[in-house]
Write a protein that binds this ligand. Structure first.
Ligand SMILES: Nc1ncnc2c1ncn2[C@@H]1O[C@H](COP(=O)(O)OP(=O)(O)OP(=O)(O)O)[C@@H](O)[C@H]1O
Length: 321
């Protein structure tokens, strides 16, 4: 569902993440150029664009791998913070504000381990990064290390088998079992993750991210390398994560069968700049997107560009729509 009853899109009415005037410069290269967009709470948002458009750089800024050159990244747990709350946090130089039922984080001020541990933003990578020598189950248990350490009180409770620790360990095992089942890997639980076929490794990566109970799940090209059947399974998995867990999902994807099928909201980047933002139907029919991304004929590109008054340089998309 892309809109509330009021007709206001969910991403405007209740954003979980607001990207505000984000810039990322590498020397003279402006990889992200004054980018603003919102991610709706409980929605699937796709960030798309030609190769080199700046998508992964945006992910790296959101997840704390890069410190943005400029801009603000506001994450709201529970509800969207008011502009006054955000302005106050910005002014007093705080990284966030934890409240009862709602918290705010300015992600650009957090190191990566706090973005995942406290702000609860999880991510997967374009190139799968599993612990290939560990078993499938161990990968899911390691993902819960933070919760287990908290339960141990960072002490020797675990060695003495104290009740709090035992309960936390049981809960972690249950969660791992749940996600193994969800991604259809229960039978491979004891196999090294590196032995799984590619599509199964991608599912395991998503399961591992979900074991950390994120409120925002960032997926970098989750359908890359998947065959059509696996892409379909991925669509179902992401839909069920949205429906059953209420997790908001932000994904970078070149596979248009995934993007257009499951997204509530699509944001299109080209050369680090936003060129379109709306429902899949809106974006699909936006002439700027057709010209810059969805691959009109080389000859037609100039024509469309002239019509809509932009100049993208007629570059190739590198995408597989
Ligand atoms: N660490 C870095 N240092 C220098 N330049 C970088 C760095 N990271 C990214 N870039 C440059 O920023 C631009 C955007 O790259 P980015 O990887 O974000 O694009 P992308 O849209 O994710 O591309 P793709 O779809 O091919 O993954 C590119 O020109 C890239 O070379």
């Amino acid at each position: 569902m892309a809109t509330l009853d009021t007709g206001i899109p969910v991403w405007e009415a209740d954003p979980i993440l607001s990207v505000e005037h984000l810039f990322m410069r590498f020397g003279g290269l402006v990889a992200v150029n004054d980018l603003s967009f919102k991610v709706g709470r409980g929605q699937i948002t796709a960030l798309i664009g030609p190769n080199g458009a700046g998508k992964t750089t945006v992910f790296n800024c959101i997840t704390g791998f890069y410190k943005p050159s400029e801009g603000r990244l506001v994450l709201g747990h529970g509800r969207a913070p008011t502009p006054e709350e955000v302005a106050r946090l910005t002014l007093i130089g705080e990284r966030g504000m934890v409240g009862k039922g709602s918290s705010v984080y300015l992600l650009e001020r957090l190191p990566d381990y706090r973005v995942s541990g406290e702000a609860k933003v999880a991510r997967t990578f374009q190139n799968i990064r599993l612990f290939t020598g560990m078993t499938v189950l161990e990968n899911l248990m390691v993902a819960q290390h933070n919760a287990l350490m908290l339960a141990s009180g960072f002490s020797l409770k675990g060695l003495f088998g104290l009740p709090g620790w035992n309960a936390a360990q049981r809960a972690a095992t249950e969660k791992a079992k749940y996600w193994l089942d969800k991604v259809d890997l229960t039978e491979r639980a004891d196999d090294p993750a590196g032995d799984l076929p590619y599509g199964a490794q991608r599912r395991l990566e998503i399961a591992r991210a979900m074991c950390s109970e994120p409120i925002l799940l960032c997926l970098d090209e989750p359908a890359a390398g998947l065959n059509p059947r696996e892409s379909l399974e991925l669509n179902n998995l992401l839909r069920s994560i949205r429906a059953e867990h209420g997790t908001s999902i932000l994904l970078i994807e070149h596979d248009m069968s995934v993007v257009m099928e499951i997204s509530d909201h699509v944001v299109v980047l080209d050369y680090g700049t936003k060129i379109s933002d709306g429902t899949p139907d809106y974006v699909k029919n936006d002439p700027r997107v057709i010209a810059a991304y969805l691959g009109v004929d080389e000859d037609a590109v100039e024509e469309v560009e002239a019509e809509i008054g932009i100049d993208t340089g007629g570059h190739s998309t590198g995408a597989n729509p």
